[in-house]
Design a protein around this ligand. Structure first.
Ligand code: CMC
Length: 430
């Protein structure tokens, strides 16, 4: 809380009320409206929460106008270039970069939690082979709450075990979703492999023949995981906080986050980008689809474009674009019709007045979908990849909320627009 205040006119305009300001270390201050209902009898109205702060947090900072993204103060560009996903996980969870001993201990702990209880595998058999993997993933992660019911949410050791367990197990559980959809046997984690290589191995190897992980594929995966690791109070993270605020089992809160991530306006956008490119079909159709995206009477939107917070550029997209080229070059896919189409669409939209005026640029998911496609990950698994990466962000936010001095259940209010009070009418009179 700062000493500064924000002046607000009362409803009748007669007096000026002063509201306290809450200031962080960077970014705009927030007007503290907690007493406005009790003192003045009005709510604050902000559907979509575009101007609403739900918590204070030390984890991630975003400046959408300037395209800045910091994890615990470190710029995403530096982390993407110099760090790796395990180190970033440690940083997000603990607030500081690890020294070599701390990193070794952390990686060792994650590596030793990668298997999950064998009876959980039976849950997969209940799903039809074509069940969407996000439906399966939210289901099986929710089931973990039955395997680990007694988490003491305020105990630091329990919080740490929860964090390590879910970060370690989610790749194995995601790979099991994929294998189930193919009707192939589940491939157990290999603890001599790093996090991304282990995931690729669980996805693409089969017991019948040897498989070698492509190091460029693992490098691309690790980078994508860094870029997706956390993103402040986005839809799924806010969902994890809201669900967790009731004191529910933390695995159940993560399952809620997975469900929120699934939608095409959020994590499902990477899948939607590929469906959109398939629908557009070829470069000749781009103008027609760009016109559809601009038409207010047409629900079609250019998927992978625009962001609630970034209105100039998405710094993650700038980083990932380079990796996209590297992966496609490595795999000899630069000249494929799909990539051609994606680049042409990007070019047309970036020059179009409609997109420029509204600050609509390609976001991280425009390129992540193309990379996943090039790596042979099926389209329906793209959002699952995002969920694996974002798990650490959800956990870091859940833990921060649990340890905050003033945690209250999340409970927004509403402006009621239904029928005013009226008397019940018996069925014979209706
Ligand atoms: N294509 C065409 N028009 C768009 C698009 C788009 N992709 N995105 C926004 N607009 C228009 C929108 O119609 C509106 O126009 P007007 O001012 O004339 O009414 C204006 O731009 C502002 O849009 P909005 O819907 O008010 O913006 P928002 O902040 O509520 O939505 C968004 C942000 C990401 C949901 C939206 O841009 C969108 O639907 N994009 C496509 C889906 C997508 O790529 N999502 C992934 C986001 S990045 C990954 C993540 O962090 O989850």
């Amino acid at each position: 809380m700062s000493d500064k205040t924000f002046k607000l006119h009362n409803l009748d305009g007669s007096t000026i009320s002063e509201l306290p300001l809450v200031e962080g270390s960077m970014g705009p201050p927030a007007v503290d409206v907690r007493k406005i209902f009790a003192d003045q009898g009005v709510f604050t109205y902000d559907p979509g929460f575009g101007a609403t702060v739900s918590c204070s947090s030390d984890i991630t900072f975003i400046n959408g106008q300037e395209g800045v993204l910091l994890y615990r103060g470190y710029p995403i560009e530096q982390l993407a270039e110099k760090s790796n996903y395990m180190e970033v996980c440690y940083l997000l969870l603990n607030g500081e970069l690890p020294n070599p001993t701390e990193l070794e201990g952390f990686v060792d702990s994650i590596t030793n939690h990668t298997m999950f209880n064998e009876s959980l595998l039976r849950f997969y058999n209940g799903f039809h082979h074509d069940a969407h993997p996000m439906a399966m993933l939210s289901g099986v992660v929710g089931c973990l709450s039955a395997f680990y019911p007694g988490v003491d949410m305020h105990n630091a050791h329990d919080q740490m075990v929860f964090a390590h367990r879910i970060i370690a197990k989610i790749p194995s559980m995601a790979a099991a979703c994929y294998k189930h959809s193919l009707g192939q046997p589940f491939v157990y984690p290999q603890n001599h492999l790093d996090y991304s290589s282990n995931l690729l191995n669980m996805f693409f190897s089969v017991p019948a023949e040897p498989y070698e992980v492509d190091p460029i594929a693992a490098e691309a995966m690790d980078l994508l995981f860094i870029l997706h690791a956390d993103h402040e109070q986005n839809c799924s993270t806010s969902t994890v906080r809201l669900a967790g605020s009731s004191g529910t089992n933390p695995y159940a809160a993560i399952a809620a986050g997975i469900s929120a991530l699934w939608g095409p306006s959020h994590g499902g956008a990477n899948e939607a980008v590929l469906s959109m490119l398939a629908e557009i079909g070829s470069v000749e159709n781009i103008d027609k689809y760009v016109a559809k995206a601009k038409d207010k009477n047409d629900p079609f939107r250019l998927m992978g474009f625009g962001h609630r917070v970034y209105k100039n550029f998405d710094p993650r997209a700038t980083i990932i674009r380079k990796m996209c080229y590297k992966v496609l070059e490595n795999l000899g896919q630069v000249d494929t019709p799909l990539f051609d189409l994606a680049l042409k669409l990007e070019e047309v939209a970036l020059k179009d007045e409609y997109f420029i005026k509204r600050g609509l640029y390609p976001n991280v998911d425009f390129y992540s979908g193309i990379i996943y496609k090039a790596l042979g990950i099926p389209t329906s698994m793209f959002t699952v990849m995002f969920a694996i990466a974002r798990t650490v962000g959800w956990v870091a936010n859940w833990t921060e909320m649990m340890n905050a001095p003033s945690r209250r259940i999340g409970r927004p209010r509403q402006v009621y627009t239904g029928a005013v009070k009226r008397d019940y009418v018996g069925i014979d009179k209706r």
